[in-house]
Every structure is written in structure tokens, then in C-alpha cells.
Design a protein around this ligand. Structure first.
Ligand code: HEM
Length: 424
């Protein structure tokens, strides 16, 4: 109102342009006030990165319990079989396949079964594609936001087209997790179901979260619950999808190593009709190749931290407390001072007895907030590699060489295309 009055007064002296400008400024202030107070965009989803990647340490034990999962590993196994059957149907001798998308559906299927006891197949149900698309969009949007100086401001970002896209992708992803939580909650309200659950062999990750009591005796709030489910769902499928896809690509481009792995697996599993936990420790060469692929193509290329205290490097340079730093695992794994000939695929780097710095290889990060799913992930990678090499020969497509792009997980700009040749 003051601006309007001033505008009217100035109008007399300097022309109507001031009046119009005052009105515009006034309207802008009202707009900013509305957004700032959350009246227009109340959704907290704009903090997508925070809600997906942030975890409360107090719930750490929950994850650990959740990882004591399916003793035989057959649930993960069944998701892989669905994928392989699909591949067998669609690949001819000469055709190539973009594997990343298929593998993402498979790993989402696996985590949905292992952590959320999902019945049915994510891979055969089209509705999950939109969840995967939303996660992919968020991966891209987070990165483009980091690069745009204007988008560092929450208000500007919210009204930008990318901000709106992030908002709707977030909504979609949250709807997915909400649905998972809602249907379990309604099951648990049914007393019969509760009894059945108590007799069940194991509680899954979601049961543990729903039964969890905080120190104050209260259950997790809906918001906290969703944040945990989001984190697990995201960390539990996108990372492993990236890992498996790039390992397949590394083996396709290094056929001699692929063949050596296949021989090792054939002598261990025969036709691969069954695989047990014990088998997973008996494939040393395959494990070396998996680690070498994780070195060259780390599924999580980097993490960021806010420094809680200053850091001083050996050469005397230092970083102040409070700033945000990016730690690049991709850079570390490709640093010639740390790894000789870093671009060469050489699994012997991980041969038993070989020495290296304890922090030279960090696909699962290090320190207090390292990956709590790494054992689960390594097992999933081993099962996927072992059973796939028994059924298919992997060959690269020289016309479509993947171009790694850093996102929250390592992706390829043009997908990962391989020839899959069915083995007799
Ligand atoms: C190849 C597969 C995987 C890789 C490379 C990987 C890598 C990582 C990395 C680098 C971090 C640290 C992030 C940070 O410091 O900001 C992390 C955290 C985490 N990962 Fe994984 N991960 C994988 C699979 C999984 C799986 C399968 C699960 C769940 C079953 C999982 C659950 C988590 C969780 C919950 C965290 C957060 C831990 C915390 O903040 O305390 N990850 N992962």
C-alpha cells in the first residue's frame, strides 16, 4: 500500500512509469511473500535431494536388521530370471539391447521383494515405469540445479520450469512410497494379518520401521517413515542397476576376462539351476572383475559433505568449516597417482594379497556414513553376473559406446547397448 501511495505521489513529478513500477514491485512482494510462506508451493518436496539422500543415524540399526534377509537369496534370483527370460525372447543373434532400463526394473523388483515383501512383479507391471522415470528425472534435475547459480535460491527454483518438474517428479516418487506404506499399514490393522505376521519367519524392512519406537516411545512420524522408505527404495535399486549395467559393459569390452569368469562359474554352478549363499564366496576371479568394474565405473561417482570442522591438507592448504565439499570417487578411482594405468581394466589389482591404500577404492564410500547395503549389493551383483554369464555372451556395440555422465548414480548419456548372444 505504501508503495502504491508513493507511486501515485511520484507519478505527479516523474511520470506514470514510476507508478506502474511501484505496482509491479508491490505485486512481486506479495508473490514472494506467498511463496516464501509456502502459501503457493507448500510441498516440501522441493527438498528432494535432502529427503532422498538424508538419513537419520538413529535408525541405523533398522537397516542392519533389514539386511538379514531371505536366507536362500532366491527372491533376488527370481527377479533376475524374469529379466533373463525377457531378454531371451527379445534378443536375436544380431540385435542390440539397451540394458540399463531393463536392469533398473529388475533391481527395483529385487528391493521391493526383499525389503518390502512385494508380491507380484515390478518388471511386468507398467505402473512402476513412471516411478523409475521420476527417479531418473530427479537425478538429472539435481545436477542441473547444482550448475545454475540462480537456482541456488529456493524461491527462484520453485517458480522455474525445472523446479516445477522436480516438484511433480517428487510427488510421483512420494506417491509410490506412500502407496507401499499405506497398503502395509492397512494390512497391519487387520488383527488376523498381524498374527500371521508375528508368526512369519522374518520381519521385513517396512515392518521393522512400522513397529519401531523412538526413544520417546512414539512411532516414526509419517514424514520420517516416508523419508526412510524413500532412501532405501532409491539407494537399494538405482545404485545396483548402475553397478550391474556397467559391470556387464566392462565384461563385454574385455572378453578374455568375461570368459575366465564364465569358466569359474560353470565349474562352480554347472548349469546354474541353483545358487546358494556359500557359492557367493567361491568365485574369486568374478569378484575381482566386479571390483575392477566398480573402480572404473563407480555407481555413486561422488558424495558431498558440509565440513563440521576445518580440514588442512599435508601441503598446508585448508578448507574452512561450514563449506560444502564434493568428494569425487570417480576422480579418485581414475587418479594415476593412486592407480597405475587407471583406464586399463585389470582385475589383478584386486587379487588376494595385492596391496593398496585403504582409501583408494571407495565405491561404497568410507567412514561413519558408508553404504550399509554394501553386503547386500555385492551379493546381488555376484548373483546377477554369475547367472547372466551362464546364459548369455555379452558383446559391445561399437556403434554406440556409452558416455558416462555423473548423476547421483553413474549413468550413460546414450544408454548402455550390448549384443546379447544366447549360449547353448
Ligand atoms: C552397487 C551398489 C551400491 C553402491 C555403489 C552404493 C554406494 C553408496 C554410497 C557411496 C553411499 C554413501 C553416500 C554418502 O555418503 O552420501 C551409500 C549410502 C547408503 N546406501 Fe548404498 N550403495 C549401493 C547399494 C545399496 C543397497 C542395495 C542398499 C539397500 C539395500 C543401500 C543402502 C544405502 C543407505 C541406506 C545409505 C545411507 C547410509 C547413511 O547415510 O548412513 N545401498 N551407498
Amino acid at each position: 500500500v505504501i508503495l502504491l501511495v508513493l507511486g501515485k505521489m511520484f507519478c505527479k513529478y516523474v511520470g506514470s512509469i514510476w507508478f506502474i513500477m511501484s505496482v509491479l514491485v508491490f505485486l512481486c512482494l506479495v508473490f514472494v511473500w506467498m511463496i516464501g510462506e509456502g502459501r503457493v508451493l507448500k510441498s516440501p518436496t522441493i527438498n528432494v535431494v535432502v529427503s532422498i539422500c538424508d538419513l537419520s543415524c538413529s535408525n541405523f540399526f533398522l537397516y542392519m536388521s533389514a539386511l538379514v534377509f531371505v536366507p536362500s537369496g532366491r527372491l533376488g534370483f527370481s527377479s533376475l530370471l524374469v529379466l533373463q527370460d525377457k531378454w531371451e525372447q527379445i534378443v536375436g543373434q544380431d540385435s542390440t539391447l539397451e540394458i540399463f532400463q531393463h536392469i533398473t526394473l529388475m533391481t527395483l523388483d529385487t528391493i521391493m521383494k526383499c525389503a518390502f515383501s512385494h508380491e507380484g512383479s515390478v518388471q511386468l507391471d507398467r505402473k512402476y515405469k513412471s516411478y523409475i522415470q521420476a527417479v531418473e528425472d530427479l537425478n538429472d534435475l539435481v545436477f542441473s540445479r547444482v550448475r545454475n547459480i540462480f537456482h541456488q535460491n529456493d524461491i527462484i527454483y520453485r517458480v522455474s520450469s525445472n523446479g516445477c518438474r522436480a516438484n511433480s517428479a517428487c510427488k510421483l516418487a512420494h506417491d509410490h512410497t506412500d502407496q507401499v506404506i499405506k497398503s502395509r499399514r492397512s494390512q497391519l490393522q487387520d488383527e488376523e494379518e498381524l498374527e500371521k505376521l508375528k508368526k512369519k519367519r522374518r520381519l521385513d524392512f517396512l515392518d521393522i520401521l512400522l513397529f519401531a519406537r523412538m526413544e520417546n516411545g512414539k512411532g516414526l512420524s509419517d514424514k520420517d517413515l516416508r523419508a526412510e522408505v524413500d532412501t532405501f527404495m532409491f539407494e537399494g535399486h538405482d545404485t545396483t542397476a548402475s553397478g550391474i549395467s556397467w559391470i556387464f559393459y566392462a565384461l563385454a569390452t574385455n572378453p578374455e576376462h568375461q570368459q575366465r569368469c564364465r569358466k569359474e562359474i560353470q565349474s562352480l554352478l554347472g548349469d546354474g539351476a541353483s545358487i546358494t549363499w556359500n557359492d557367493l564366496d567361491k568365485m574369486p576371479y568374478t569378484t575381482m572383475c566386479i571390483k575392477e568394474a566398480l573402480r572404473i565405473y563407480p555407481p555413486v561417482p561422488g558424495v558431498s559433505r558440509e565440513l563440521s570442522s576445518p580440514v588442512t591438507f599435508p601441503d598446508g592448504r585448508s578448507l574452512p568449516k561450514g563449506i560444502h565439499v564434493m568428494l569425487s570417487f570417480y576422480g579418485l578411482h581414475h587418479n594415476p597417482n593412486v592407480w597405475q594405468n587407471p583406464e586399463v581394466f585389470d582385475p589383478s589389482r584386486f587379487a588376494p594379497g595385492s596391496s593398496r591404500h585403504s582409501h583408494s577404492f571407495l565405491p561404497f564410500s568410507g567412514g561413519a556414513r558408508n553404504c550399509i547395503g554394501k553386503q547386500f549389493a555385492m551379493n546381488e551383483l555376484k548373483v546377477a553376473v554369475a547367472l547372466t554369464l551362464l546364459r548369455f555372451e555379452l558383446l559391445p556395440d561399437p556403434t554406440r559406446v556409452p558416455i558416462p555422465i555423473p548423476r547421483i548414480v553413474l549413468k550413460s548419456k546414450n544408454g548402455i547397448h550390448l549384443h546379447l548372444k544366447k549360449l547353448q
